[in-house]
Design a binder for this molecule. Structure first.
Ligand code: ZN
Length: 82
């Protein structure tokens, strides 16, 4: 008997979540329900994946860079509290 296994692995820290191998395309997104195995995971360019712990710093830097690029392109940064 051949046991199939599939997993999503964090490309930064190596954290691993096993997923149903029958699911051909694992959908990862911030819209995942809390409690789902891949909740909080992030798919990034290059087909890489980040676990919730690594997605936080990545997103923080991404937003920071986007704000910086807006500033450098003459755009005004609008600060607001969520
Ligand atoms: Zn990670």
């Amino acid at each position: 008997m051949h046991i199939r296994k599939a997993a999503v692995i964090c490309d930064r820290c190596g954290a691993k979540v096993e997923v149903d191998p029958d699911v051909k395309h694992v959908i990862i997104g911030p819209f995942m329900e809390p409690g789902e195995p891949l909740a909080g995971w992030l798919a990034v360019e290059g087909g890489r994946h980040l676990c919730p712990a690594c997605a936080g710093p990545y997103l923080a830097k991404k937003h920071e860079m986007e704000a910086e690029l807006r500033r450098l392109s003459g755009g005004r940064t609008i600060e607001f509290d969520i």
